[in-house]
Design a protein around this ligand. Structure first.
Ligand SMILES: Nc1ncnc2c1ncn2[C@@H]1O[C@H](COP(=O)(O)OP(=O)(O)O)[C@@H](O)[C@H]1O
Ligand SMILES: [Mg+2]
Length: 510
Protein backbone atom coordinates (compact mmCIF):
# COMPACT_ATOMS: atom_id res chain seq x y z
CA UNK A 1 0.00 0.00 0.00
CA UNK A 2 1.42 3.37 -0.93
CA UNK A 3 1.87 6.04 1.70
CA UNK A 4 -0.52 8.32 -0.08
CA UNK A 5 -3.39 5.93 0.42
CA UNK A 6 -2.68 5.57 4.07
CA UNK A 7 -5.90 7.38 4.89
CA UNK A 8 -5.93 9.95 7.66
CA UNK A 9 -2.77 8.88 9.39
CA UNK A 10 -3.50 11.32 12.19
CA UNK A 11 -6.11 9.00 13.55
CA UNK A 12 -5.39 5.54 12.31
CA UNK A 13 -5.74 4.26 15.85
CA UNK A 14 -9.39 5.21 15.98
CA UNK A 15 -12.41 3.66 14.32
CA UNK A 16 -13.59 5.70 11.36
CA UNK A 17 -16.79 7.72 11.67
CA UNK A 18 -17.74 7.48 8.03
CA UNK A 19 -16.69 4.97 5.42
CA UNK A 20 -17.78 5.49 1.84
CA UNK A 21 -16.82 2.63 -0.40
CA UNK A 22 -16.85 2.28 -4.13
CA UNK A 23 -19.21 5.21 -4.59
CA UNK A 24 -20.34 5.97 -8.14
CA UNK A 25 -22.89 8.50 -9.27
CA UNK A 26 -24.26 8.85 -12.76
CA UNK A 27 -26.44 11.62 -14.14
CA UNK A 28 -27.61 10.21 -17.42
CA UNK A 29 -24.38 9.84 -19.37
CA UNK A 30 -22.37 12.04 -17.02
CA UNK A 31 -20.23 10.10 -14.59
CA UNK A 32 -19.98 12.47 -11.64
CA UNK A 33 -18.26 9.89 -9.39
CA UNK A 34 -16.37 6.83 -10.46
CA UNK A 35 -15.81 4.27 -7.68
CA UNK A 36 -14.60 6.64 -4.99
CA UNK A 37 -13.59 5.58 -1.46
CA UNK A 38 -13.60 8.12 1.33
CA UNK A 39 -13.00 7.47 5.02
CA UNK A 40 -13.32 10.11 7.71
CA UNK A 41 -11.86 9.66 11.20
CA UNK A 42 -12.85 11.31 14.48
CA UNK A 43 -11.17 14.66 15.07
CA UNK A 44 -10.15 14.98 11.43
CA UNK A 45 -10.55 18.03 9.24
CA UNK A 46 -10.60 16.56 5.78
CA UNK A 47 -10.32 18.83 2.77
CA UNK A 48 -11.69 17.98 -0.65
CA UNK A 49 -10.01 19.59 -3.60
CA UNK A 50 -10.41 19.28 -7.34
CA UNK A 51 -11.30 21.38 -10.34
CA UNK A 52 -14.86 22.50 -11.00
CA UNK A 53 -16.96 19.50 -11.84
CA UNK A 54 -14.59 16.96 -10.27
CA UNK A 55 -17.31 15.59 -7.97
CA UNK A 56 -16.69 17.32 -4.64
CA UNK A 57 -20.25 18.49 -4.08
CA UNK A 58 -21.65 15.21 -5.32
CA UNK A 59 -19.69 12.99 -2.95
CA UNK A 60 -20.32 15.19 0.06
CA UNK A 61 -24.01 15.58 -0.69
CA UNK A 62 -24.37 11.81 -0.92
CA UNK A 63 -22.86 11.50 2.55
CA UNK A 64 -25.28 14.17 3.76
CA UNK A 65 -28.41 12.55 2.35
CA UNK A 66 -29.14 15.09 -0.35
CA UNK A 67 -28.94 12.51 -3.09
CA UNK A 68 -28.24 8.81 -3.43
CA UNK A 69 -25.31 7.05 -5.04
CA UNK A 70 -25.83 4.94 -8.14
CA UNK A 71 -23.47 2.36 -6.67
CA UNK A 72 -21.47 1.78 -3.51
CA UNK A 73 -21.99 1.49 0.24
CA UNK A 74 -21.63 3.74 3.23
CA UNK A 75 -21.10 2.99 6.90
CA UNK A 76 -21.49 5.45 9.75
CA UNK A 77 -19.90 4.40 13.03
CA UNK A 78 -19.82 0.84 11.73
CA UNK A 79 -23.50 0.65 10.73
CA UNK A 80 -24.99 0.91 7.27
CA UNK A 81 -25.60 4.55 6.41
CA UNK A 82 -28.61 5.16 4.16
CA UNK A 83 -29.90 8.65 4.96
CA UNK A 84 -33.32 9.34 3.46
CA UNK A 85 -32.90 13.11 3.28
CA UNK A 86 -30.66 15.93 4.50
CA UNK A 87 -32.86 16.37 7.55
CA UNK A 88 -32.58 12.67 8.28
CA UNK A 89 -28.78 12.77 7.89
CA UNK A 90 -28.54 15.82 10.15
CA UNK A 91 -30.63 14.13 12.85
CA UNK A 92 -28.26 11.18 12.77
CA UNK A 93 -24.93 12.96 12.64
CA UNK A 94 -24.02 14.35 9.21
CA UNK A 95 -24.87 18.01 8.61
CA UNK A 96 -24.03 19.95 5.48
CA UNK A 97 -23.90 23.60 4.50
CA UNK A 98 -24.54 23.55 0.76
CA UNK A 99 -22.76 25.51 -1.94
CA UNK A 100 -25.91 27.20 -3.21
CA UNK A 101 -28.06 29.53 -1.20
CA UNK A 102 -29.98 27.46 1.31
CA UNK A 103 -32.27 29.95 3.05
CA UNK A 104 -35.66 31.33 2.09
CA UNK A 105 -35.97 35.10 1.86
CA UNK A 106 -39.67 35.61 2.44
CA UNK A 107 -39.96 34.05 5.89
CA UNK A 108 -38.41 35.06 9.19
CA UNK A 109 -34.97 34.18 10.47
CA UNK A 110 -36.49 31.94 13.16
CA UNK A 111 -38.76 30.20 10.68
CA UNK A 112 -35.75 29.50 8.49
CA UNK A 113 -33.87 28.05 11.42
CA UNK A 114 -36.71 25.73 12.39
CA UNK A 115 -38.01 25.00 8.93
CA UNK A 116 -39.50 21.50 8.97
CA UNK A 117 -39.45 21.40 12.78
CA UNK A 118 -41.79 24.23 13.68
CA UNK A 119 -44.25 21.83 15.30
CA UNK A 120 -42.06 21.63 18.36
CA UNK A 121 -43.27 25.14 19.24
CA UNK A 122 -46.93 24.22 18.79
CA UNK A 123 -49.40 25.32 21.44
CA UNK A 124 -52.76 23.91 20.51
CA UNK A 125 -53.12 24.81 16.88
CA UNK A 126 -50.97 27.93 17.27
CA UNK A 127 -47.23 28.43 17.19
CA UNK A 128 -45.61 29.87 20.29
CA UNK A 129 -43.58 32.51 18.49
CA UNK A 130 -42.01 33.86 21.66
CA UNK A 131 -40.62 30.44 22.46
CA UNK A 132 -39.48 29.90 18.88
CA UNK A 133 -37.70 33.25 18.75
CA UNK A 134 -35.99 32.59 22.06
CA UNK A 135 -34.70 29.24 20.78
CA UNK A 136 -33.60 30.90 17.54
CA UNK A 137 -31.59 33.48 19.48
CA UNK A 138 -29.59 30.70 21.11
CA UNK A 139 -28.75 29.26 17.74
CA UNK A 140 -27.81 32.67 16.33
CA UNK A 141 -25.41 33.12 19.23
CA UNK A 142 -23.40 30.15 17.96
CA UNK A 143 -22.22 32.30 15.06
CA UNK A 144 -21.98 35.54 16.99
CA UNK A 145 -25.25 36.92 15.66
CA UNK A 146 -26.94 37.49 19.03
CA UNK A 147 -27.92 40.96 17.93
CA UNK A 148 -30.15 39.80 15.10
CA UNK A 149 -33.89 39.87 15.74
CA UNK A 150 -35.21 36.38 14.88
CA UNK A 151 -38.57 37.71 13.70
CA UNK A 152 -36.94 39.76 10.92
CA UNK A 153 -37.53 38.50 7.39
CA UNK A 154 -34.52 36.68 5.98
CA UNK A 155 -34.38 39.00 2.94
CA UNK A 156 -33.33 41.87 5.14
CA UNK A 157 -30.00 40.16 5.85
CA UNK A 158 -27.00 40.21 3.55
CA UNK A 159 -25.48 37.16 1.88
CA UNK A 160 -22.89 36.61 4.58
CA UNK A 161 -25.36 36.70 7.46
CA UNK A 162 -27.67 34.33 5.61
CA UNK A 163 -24.78 31.92 5.14
CA UNK A 164 -23.85 32.19 8.80
CA UNK A 165 -27.41 31.31 9.78
CA UNK A 166 -27.27 28.19 7.62
CA UNK A 167 -24.04 27.29 9.37
CA UNK A 168 -25.55 27.89 12.81
CA UNK A 169 -28.51 25.72 11.95
CA UNK A 170 -26.20 22.81 11.17
CA UNK A 171 -23.72 23.17 14.05
CA UNK A 172 -26.58 23.54 16.55
CA UNK A 173 -27.20 19.83 15.99
CA UNK A 174 -23.59 19.03 16.90
CA UNK A 175 -23.09 16.78 13.91
CA UNK A 176 -20.36 14.13 14.00
CA UNK A 177 -19.45 15.27 10.53
CA UNK A 178 -19.84 18.91 9.56
CA UNK A 179 -19.74 19.29 5.79
CA UNK A 180 -18.88 22.74 4.44
CA UNK A 181 -19.16 23.12 0.68
CA UNK A 182 -17.52 26.22 -0.85
CA UNK A 183 -18.91 28.44 1.84
CA UNK A 184 -15.92 30.53 2.72
CA UNK A 185 -15.87 32.35 -0.62
CA UNK A 186 -19.18 33.94 0.39
CA UNK A 187 -17.77 35.06 3.72
CA UNK A 188 -15.65 38.03 4.71
CA UNK A 189 -12.85 37.86 7.23
CA UNK A 190 -15.32 37.94 10.14
CA UNK A 191 -17.37 35.04 8.77
CA UNK A 192 -14.30 33.01 7.90
CA UNK A 193 -12.90 33.44 11.36
CA UNK A 194 -16.15 32.20 12.80
CA UNK A 195 -16.27 29.13 10.62
CA UNK A 196 -12.65 28.22 11.39
CA UNK A 197 -13.49 28.48 15.10
CA UNK A 198 -16.42 26.15 14.64
CA UNK A 199 -14.25 23.71 12.75
CA UNK A 200 -11.66 23.72 15.51
CA UNK A 201 -14.40 23.11 18.02
CA UNK A 202 -15.55 20.08 16.03
CA UNK A 203 -12.02 18.75 16.14
CA UNK A 204 -11.55 19.42 19.82
CA UNK A 205 -14.66 17.34 20.51
CA UNK A 206 -13.43 14.46 18.38
CA UNK A 207 -15.98 15.24 15.73
CA UNK A 208 -14.98 15.81 12.09
CA UNK A 209 -15.20 18.22 9.21
CA UNK A 210 -15.41 17.66 5.48
CA UNK A 211 -14.26 20.93 4.01
CA UNK A 212 -14.52 21.97 0.37
CA UNK A 213 -12.89 25.17 -0.76
CA UNK A 214 -11.38 26.70 -3.83
CA UNK A 215 -8.63 28.29 -1.91
CA UNK A 216 -5.71 25.89 -1.82
CA UNK A 217 -3.81 28.03 0.64
CA UNK A 218 -6.78 27.99 2.99
CA UNK A 219 -7.15 24.21 2.66
CA UNK A 220 -3.49 23.58 3.34
CA UNK A 221 -3.73 25.75 6.40
CA UNK A 222 -6.85 24.33 8.05
CA UNK A 223 -6.99 20.68 6.96
CA UNK A 224 -5.31 17.65 8.48
CA UNK A 225 -5.73 15.60 5.33
CA UNK A 226 -6.61 16.37 1.73
CA UNK A 227 -8.33 14.27 -0.88
CA UNK A 228 -7.77 15.21 -4.50
CA UNK A 229 -10.53 14.42 -6.99
CA UNK A 230 -10.36 14.69 -10.75
CA UNK A 231 -13.14 13.87 -13.21
CA UNK A 232 -15.04 11.97 -10.53
CA UNK A 233 -12.07 9.81 -9.58
CA UNK A 234 -10.08 9.72 -6.39
CA UNK A 235 -6.55 10.74 -7.31
CA UNK A 236 -4.76 10.87 -3.98
CA UNK A 237 -5.11 11.21 -0.22
CA UNK A 238 -2.49 13.35 1.45
CA UNK A 239 -1.61 13.83 5.12
CA UNK A 240 -0.59 17.27 6.33
CA UNK A 241 3.15 16.63 6.21
CA UNK A 242 2.82 15.70 2.54
CA UNK A 243 1.07 18.93 1.49
CA UNK A 244 2.93 20.53 -1.37
CA UNK A 245 1.24 23.27 -3.33
CA UNK A 246 2.81 22.51 -6.69
CA UNK A 247 2.15 18.80 -6.41
CA UNK A 248 -1.47 19.29 -5.41
CA UNK A 249 -2.06 21.62 -8.35
CA UNK A 250 -0.59 19.06 -10.69
CA UNK A 251 -2.71 16.29 -9.24
CA UNK A 252 -5.79 18.44 -9.74
CA UNK A 253 -5.23 19.11 -13.40
CA UNK A 254 -3.53 15.85 -14.24
CA UNK A 255 -0.60 17.42 -16.02
CA UNK A 256 2.33 19.60 -15.19
CA UNK A 257 1.54 23.29 -15.07
CA UNK A 258 4.55 24.86 -16.66
CA UNK A 259 6.24 27.49 -14.50
CA UNK A 260 3.98 30.38 -13.74
CA UNK A 261 0.92 30.26 -15.81
CA UNK A 262 0.69 33.90 -16.76
CA UNK A 263 2.34 35.11 -19.95
CA UNK A 264 6.10 34.79 -19.87
CA UNK A 265 7.21 37.88 -21.85
CA UNK A 266 7.94 41.29 -20.37
CA UNK A 267 7.06 43.23 -23.47
CA UNK A 268 4.38 45.70 -22.49
CA UNK A 269 4.08 47.44 -25.83
CA UNK A 270 0.85 47.92 -27.74
CA UNK A 271 -0.59 49.95 -30.59
CA UNK A 272 -0.91 53.71 -30.12
CA UNK A 273 -4.45 53.78 -31.39
CA UNK A 274 -6.98 54.46 -28.65
CA UNK A 275 -10.02 52.21 -29.01
CA UNK A 276 -11.97 53.12 -25.91
CA UNK A 277 -11.79 56.06 -23.57
CA UNK A 278 -13.51 57.49 -20.56
CA UNK A 279 -13.16 61.21 -19.84
CA UNK A 280 -13.78 63.14 -16.63
CA UNK A 281 -16.28 60.60 -15.42
CA UNK A 282 -18.18 61.11 -12.19
CA UNK A 283 -20.52 58.66 -10.56
CA UNK A 284 -21.41 58.83 -6.86
CA UNK A 285 -18.27 58.20 -4.80
CA UNK A 286 -17.14 55.48 -7.21
CA UNK A 287 -15.76 57.53 -10.08
CA UNK A 288 -14.29 60.96 -9.44
CA UNK A 289 -13.15 62.90 -12.47
CA UNK A 290 -11.70 59.71 -13.85
CA UNK A 291 -10.08 59.57 -17.29
CA UNK A 292 -8.49 56.54 -18.95
CA UNK A 293 -7.57 55.31 -22.42
CA UNK A 294 -7.41 51.75 -23.70
CA UNK A 295 -5.29 50.95 -26.78
CA UNK A 296 -5.48 48.38 -29.53
CA UNK A 297 -3.52 45.26 -28.57
CA UNK A 298 -3.29 46.30 -24.95
CA UNK A 299 -4.00 44.33 -21.80
CA UNK A 300 -4.78 47.00 -19.26
CA UNK A 301 -5.10 45.84 -15.66
CA UNK A 302 -7.15 47.71 -13.09
CA UNK A 303 -6.66 46.85 -9.44
CA UNK A 304 -7.47 48.18 -6.00
CA UNK A 305 -9.54 47.33 -2.98
CA UNK A 306 -12.97 46.02 -3.93
CA UNK A 307 -14.66 49.30 -2.94
CA UNK A 308 -12.27 51.55 -4.91
CA UNK A 309 -14.62 52.04 -7.86
CA UNK A 310 -13.00 49.62 -10.31
CA UNK A 311 -16.12 47.50 -10.73
CA UNK A 312 -18.14 50.63 -11.47
CA UNK A 313 -15.51 51.63 -14.01
CA UNK A 314 -16.03 48.33 -15.83
CA UNK A 315 -19.78 48.85 -15.92
CA UNK A 316 -19.39 52.45 -17.08
CA UNK A 317 -17.15 51.42 -19.99
CA UNK A 318 -19.86 49.00 -21.09
CA UNK A 319 -22.55 51.67 -20.89
CA UNK A 320 -24.21 49.95 -17.96
CA UNK A 321 -23.95 52.95 -15.62
CA UNK A 322 -25.41 56.37 -16.35
CA UNK A 323 -22.57 58.76 -15.55
CA UNK A 324 -23.40 61.93 -13.66
CA UNK A 325 -20.91 63.74 -15.87
CA UNK A 326 -18.17 62.85 -18.32
CA UNK A 327 -18.32 60.48 -21.26
CA UNK A 328 -17.27 57.10 -22.64
CA UNK A 329 -16.46 56.87 -26.33
CA UNK A 330 -15.08 54.35 -28.78
CA UNK A 331 -12.62 54.72 -31.63
CA UNK A 332 -14.19 57.12 -34.09
CA UNK A 333 -15.84 59.18 -31.38
CA UNK A 334 -19.22 57.50 -30.90
CA UNK A 335 -20.40 57.92 -27.35
CA UNK A 336 -21.33 54.77 -25.43
CA UNK A 337 -24.51 55.45 -23.53
CA UNK A 338 -26.04 52.01 -23.18
CA UNK A 339 -25.15 48.32 -23.20
CA UNK A 340 -26.82 48.03 -26.57
CA UNK A 341 -24.56 50.75 -28.00
CA UNK A 342 -21.55 49.01 -26.45
CA UNK A 343 -22.45 45.71 -28.06
CA UNK A 344 -23.03 47.36 -31.44
CA UNK A 345 -19.45 48.63 -31.21
CA UNK A 346 -18.14 45.17 -30.45
CA UNK A 347 -17.51 45.70 -26.76
CA UNK A 348 -17.86 42.57 -24.64
CA UNK A 349 -18.26 42.52 -20.87
CA UNK A 350 -17.75 39.69 -18.44
CA UNK A 351 -19.44 40.70 -15.23
CA UNK A 352 -18.13 39.90 -11.79
CA UNK A 353 -21.49 38.49 -10.84
CA UNK A 354 -21.78 35.96 -13.59
CA UNK A 355 -24.75 34.01 -12.30
CA UNK A 356 -27.12 36.90 -12.16
CA UNK A 357 -25.82 39.21 -14.86
CA UNK A 358 -23.84 37.36 -17.43
CA UNK A 359 -25.82 34.20 -18.09
CA UNK A 360 -29.42 33.26 -18.57
CA UNK A 361 -29.70 30.30 -16.23
CA UNK A 362 -32.95 29.11 -17.79
CA UNK A 363 -31.40 28.85 -21.23
CA UNK A 364 -29.04 26.36 -22.87
CA UNK A 365 -25.31 26.68 -23.49
CA UNK A 366 -26.15 27.16 -27.15
CA UNK A 367 -28.51 30.06 -26.54
CA UNK A 368 -26.21 31.75 -24.06
CA UNK A 369 -23.25 31.68 -26.40
CA UNK A 370 -25.09 32.65 -29.54
CA UNK A 371 -27.16 35.48 -28.13
CA UNK A 372 -24.44 38.12 -28.41
CA UNK A 373 -23.41 36.80 -31.82
CA UNK A 374 -26.82 36.94 -33.42
CA UNK A 375 -25.98 40.11 -35.31
CA UNK A 376 -22.88 38.53 -36.74
CA UNK A 377 -24.79 35.40 -37.66
CA UNK A 378 -27.65 37.32 -39.19
CA UNK A 379 -26.06 37.82 -42.59
CA UNK A 380 -28.85 39.10 -44.83
CA UNK A 381 -31.17 39.05 -41.86
CA UNK A 382 -31.37 35.29 -41.50
CA UNK A 383 -29.86 33.15 -38.79
CA UNK A 384 -29.61 29.56 -39.80
CA UNK A 385 -29.62 26.91 -37.10
CA UNK A 386 -26.63 25.39 -38.81
CA UNK A 387 -24.56 28.56 -38.48
CA UNK A 388 -25.56 28.96 -34.92
CA UNK A 389 -24.63 25.39 -34.08
CA UNK A 390 -21.29 25.75 -35.80
CA UNK A 391 -20.36 28.90 -33.90
CA UNK A 392 -21.36 27.42 -30.56
CA UNK A 393 -19.59 24.14 -31.15
CA UNK A 394 -16.42 26.00 -32.09
CA UNK A 395 -16.46 27.82 -28.75
CA UNK A 396 -17.31 24.73 -26.74
CA UNK A 397 -14.41 22.95 -28.35
CA UNK A 398 -11.80 25.70 -28.20
CA UNK A 399 -12.58 26.47 -24.56
CA UNK A 400 -13.06 22.80 -23.65
CA UNK A 401 -16.37 23.48 -21.96
CA UNK A 402 -17.26 20.32 -20.09
CA UNK A 403 -20.83 19.46 -20.99
CA UNK A 404 -22.97 16.65 -22.34
CA UNK A 405 -24.40 18.62 -25.24
CA UNK A 406 -24.81 22.24 -26.25
CA UNK A 407 -28.54 22.05 -25.61
CA UNK A 408 -27.88 21.36 -21.93
CA UNK A 409 -29.00 24.10 -19.53
CA UNK A 410 -26.11 26.26 -18.26
CA UNK A 411 -27.54 25.98 -14.77
CA UNK A 412 -26.25 22.39 -14.68
CA UNK A 413 -22.63 23.34 -15.35
CA UNK A 414 -19.97 23.78 -12.70
CA UNK A 415 -18.75 27.30 -11.90
CA UNK A 416 -15.64 27.22 -14.08
CA UNK A 417 -17.55 25.89 -17.03
CA UNK A 418 -20.21 28.58 -16.62
CA UNK A 419 -17.45 31.14 -16.78
CA UNK A 420 -16.13 29.59 -19.97
CA UNK A 421 -19.59 29.95 -21.47
CA UNK A 422 -19.48 33.67 -20.65
CA UNK A 423 -16.12 33.91 -22.40
CA UNK A 424 -17.42 31.95 -25.36
CA UNK A 425 -20.33 34.30 -25.67
CA UNK A 426 -18.12 37.37 -26.13
CA UNK A 427 -15.42 35.75 -28.18
CA UNK A 428 -17.96 34.15 -30.46
CA UNK A 429 -19.25 37.53 -31.52
CA UNK A 430 -15.78 38.86 -32.37
CA UNK A 431 -15.61 41.47 -29.66
CA UNK A 432 -12.83 43.95 -30.40
CA UNK A 433 -12.81 45.28 -26.87
CA UNK A 434 -13.26 43.07 -23.84
CA UNK A 435 -13.95 44.28 -20.33
CA UNK A 436 -13.35 41.47 -17.88
CA UNK A 437 -14.41 42.02 -14.28
CA UNK A 438 -12.81 39.39 -12.04
CA UNK A 439 -12.86 36.87 -14.89
CA UNK A 440 -11.12 34.13 -12.93
CA UNK A 441 -12.85 34.50 -9.59
CA UNK A 442 -13.95 31.13 -8.23
CA UNK A 443 -12.39 29.38 -11.22
CA UNK A 444 -9.83 26.65 -10.71
CA UNK A 445 -6.26 26.75 -11.92
CA UNK A 446 -6.62 24.62 -15.03
CA UNK A 447 -9.39 26.84 -16.36
CA UNK A 448 -7.53 29.95 -15.22
CA UNK A 449 -4.49 28.98 -17.22
CA UNK A 450 -6.65 28.43 -20.29
CA UNK A 451 -8.20 31.86 -19.82
CA UNK A 452 -4.83 33.57 -19.47
CA UNK A 453 -3.66 31.95 -22.67
CA UNK A 454 -6.82 33.04 -24.41
CA UNK A 455 -6.51 36.63 -23.19
CA UNK A 456 -2.93 36.77 -24.40
CA UNK A 457 -3.89 35.33 -27.76
CA UNK A 458 -6.56 38.00 -28.12
CA UNK A 459 -4.01 40.72 -27.40
CA UNK A 460 -1.81 39.31 -30.15
CA UNK A 461 -4.79 39.42 -32.49
CA UNK A 462 -5.04 43.15 -31.81
CA UNK A 463 -7.95 43.16 -29.42
CA UNK A 464 -8.04 45.50 -26.47
CA UNK A 465 -8.63 43.96 -23.08
CA UNK A 466 -9.28 45.55 -19.72
CA UNK A 467 -8.98 43.23 -16.73
CA UNK A 468 -10.38 44.31 -13.40
CA UNK A 469 -9.21 42.07 -10.61
CA UNK A 470 -8.82 41.76 -6.88
CA UNK A 471 -5.83 39.47 -7.40
CA UNK A 472 -2.66 41.50 -7.76
CA UNK A 473 -0.56 38.55 -8.88
CA UNK A 474 -2.86 38.01 -11.84
CA UNK A 475 -2.77 41.69 -12.81
CA UNK A 476 0.99 41.87 -12.59
CA UNK A 477 1.27 38.59 -14.45
CA UNK A 478 -0.93 39.61 -17.36
CA UNK A 479 -1.03 43.39 -17.84
CA UNK A 480 0.94 45.59 -20.23
CA UNK A 481 0.02 48.47 -18.02
CA UNK A 482 -1.50 48.44 -14.56
CA UNK A 483 -3.71 51.12 -13.05
CA UNK A 484 -4.49 51.19 -9.35
CA UNK A 485 -7.64 52.90 -8.14
CA UNK A 486 -8.49 54.30 -4.75
CA UNK A 487 -11.67 56.13 -3.73
CA UNK A 488 -12.85 56.52 -7.32
CA UNK A 489 -9.58 57.95 -8.60
CA UNK A 490 -6.45 56.60 -10.23
CA UNK A 491 -3.81 56.45 -7.53
CA UNK A 492 -1.01 54.78 -9.43
CA UNK A 493 0.14 53.51 -12.79
CA UNK A 494 2.93 51.04 -13.56
CA UNK A 495 4.21 49.53 -16.79
CA UNK A 496 4.94 45.87 -17.39
CA UNK A 497 8.38 44.76 -16.28
CA UNK A 498 10.11 41.66 -15.06
CA UNK A 499 10.89 43.21 -11.69
CA UNK A 500 7.43 44.32 -10.69
CA UNK A 501 6.09 42.71 -7.53
CA UNK A 502 3.04 43.07 -5.32
CA UNK A 503 4.63 45.32 -2.73
CA UNK A 504 5.40 47.85 -5.49
CA UNK A 505 1.71 48.41 -6.12
CA UNK A 506 0.07 47.78 -2.75
CA UNK A 507 1.15 51.21 -1.60
CA UNK A 508 -1.18 52.82 -4.16
CA UNK A 509 -4.15 50.86 -2.92
CA UNK A 510 -4.33 51.85 0.73
N1 LIG B 1 -28.02 17.40 -10.85
C1 LIG B 1 -27.11 17.17 -11.80
N2 LIG B 1 -27.50 16.86 -13.05
C2 LIG B 1 -26.59 16.60 -14.01
N3 LIG B 1 -25.25 16.64 -13.83
C3 LIG B 1 -24.82 16.95 -12.61
C4 LIG B 1 -25.71 17.24 -11.53
N4 LIG B 1 -24.97 17.51 -10.41
C5 LIG B 1 -23.68 17.41 -10.80
N5 LIG B 1 -23.58 17.08 -12.10
C6 LIG B 1 -22.33 16.87 -12.86
O1 LIG B 1 -21.50 16.02 -12.10
C7 LIG B 1 -20.15 16.45 -12.16
C8 LIG B 1 -19.62 16.72 -10.77
O2 LIG B 1 -20.26 17.87 -10.26
P1 LIG B 1 -20.00 18.46 -8.81
O3 LIG B 1 -19.98 17.39 -7.80
O4 LIG B 1 -20.98 19.56 -8.60
O5 LIG B 1 -18.53 19.06 -8.96
P2 LIG B 1 -17.70 20.03 -8.01
O6 LIG B 1 -18.48 20.25 -6.75
O7 LIG B 1 -16.41 19.31 -7.78
O8 LIG B 1 -17.48 21.29 -8.78
C9 LIG B 1 -20.13 17.65 -13.09
O9 LIG B 1 -19.80 17.20 -14.37
C10 LIG B 1 -21.55 18.15 -13.03
O10 LIG B 1 -21.88 18.84 -14.22
MG1 LIG C 1 -19.28 21.98 -5.99
Amino acid sequence: MSISNDEGRVNVMKEPILQMENISKHFGLTVALDHVDLTVYPGEIRGLIGENGSGKSTISSIAAGMQQATEGTMKFRGKNWVPKSMTDALEHGVGMVVQERGTIGGISVAENIFLGNIDQFGRGCLIDRRKMNRAAKEILALVGMDEVNPSMPMVSLDMQDRKLIEIAKVVAKKPDIFVVDETTTALSQRGRKKIYELMKEQKANDRSVLFISHDLEELMEVCDTLTVLRDGKLIKNLAKEEFDEEEIKQLMVGRELKGDYYRSDHDGSCDEEVVLKIEHANYKDKLRDLSLELHRGEILGVGGLSSCGMHTLGKALFGAVQLESGRVSVFGGTQITSEKKAMEHRIGYVSKDRDTEALNMDASIMDNISIAALAKLARHGIVTRGNERKLVEEQVKSLSIKCRETKQSVAELSGGNKQKVVFGKWIGCDSEILILDCPTRGVDIGVKQAMYQLIYRMKKEGKAILIISEELAELIGMSDRLIIMKDGRISGEVMRSGELNESDVIGYMI
